[in-house]
Design a protein around this ligand. Structure first.
Ligand SMILES: [Zn+2]
Length: 258
């Protein structure tokens, strides 16, 4: 059976450890220290490394992990990933060594230009590893892409089934929900979700994985077609907004300053 364990790193990063018996694969190892501590304590053999994008707080631990054990490194073809052995892009399918997990690759540019996501579709609930593109109740900043690219990437992720389990790169959920409530105060599901997520944090748990159903219901960046979200964006902008990318861009700019 596959277990998925969050290894916290830095202030709010999660390194996802996919564990099958005594073998493990890490997604976005920002820092080698917490990974090494975990695999040594649990006697896990590291079998592969997956990267979603090139930011240091996602790939910074790869070299030190490779120095300890030489394993394949899967990462986006269009970005520089330390030690990468397998360059991936939209439509690629891989079977992750050690844990025999079949994953599909999606191109999701916006946060970075070559950002990819990994989807396991053959699970009962699909698994999505989406780095810094879709967060629980939020999305990543646009460092290298345009609003139109990010909207297309989020649309691609939002087309996955309701049951999809979302494993993203940071614990930003409570701050994202505060912003989501400012955008859409009439959405009662936001308050319910905030209560649920706060209870998890109070117990020291990760709020993740999120599900696609709850993202569609509460994430303002997936709700740009909802009249209250569009109206809030236009109020914030002080004028009407032409098109989905413009609504998205306004909400993203609002969040950046929130
Ligand atoms: Zn990033």
């Amino acid at each position: 059976m596959l277990e998925i364990i969050p290894i916290p790193a830095f202030a709010d990063n999660y390194i996802w450890l996919l564990r099958k018996e005594n073998r493990g694969v890490v997604v976005d190892p920002s820092d080698a220290g917490p990974v090494i501590a975990y695999v040594e304590r649990e006697r896990i053999e590291l079998a592969a490394i997956l990267a979603t994008h090139h930011h240091g707080d996602h790939v910074g631990g790869i070299r030190a992990l490779l120095a300890r054990r030489d394993v394949p490194v899967f990462g986006p073809a269009r970005e520089v990933i330390p030690g990468r052995t397998h360059a991936l892009a939209q439509g690629d399918a891989i079977v992750v060594p050690g844990i025999d997990l079949a994953l599909e690759v999606l191109d999701i540019p916006g946060h970075t230009a070559g950002h990819i996501a990994y989807v396991a579709r053959d699970e009962q609930a699909p698994l999505l590893f989406c780095g810094d593109t879709l967060f629980a109740a939020g999305c990543g900043r646009l460092f290298e892409g345009t609003p139109a690219q990010m909207v297309a990437s989020l649309d691609k992720l939002a087309s996955l089934p309701d049951s999809t389990q979302i494993y993203c790169g940071h614990e930003y959920t409570l701050a994202n929900l505060r912003f989501a409530t400012a955008v859409e105060p009439v959405n009662r599901l936001l308050r319910q979700r905030e209560t649920r997520e706060k209870a998890k944090r109070d117990r020291g748990m990760a709020t993740l994985p999120a599900t696609m159903a709850e993202e569609r219901a509460t994430n303002p960046f997936l709700r740009i077609d909802e009249p209250p979200v569009r109206a809030a964006a236009e109020r914030h902008a002080g004028h009407s907004l032409d098109g989905r990318a413009a609504v998205f861009a306004e909400i993203r700019a609002w969040k950046n300053a929130f």
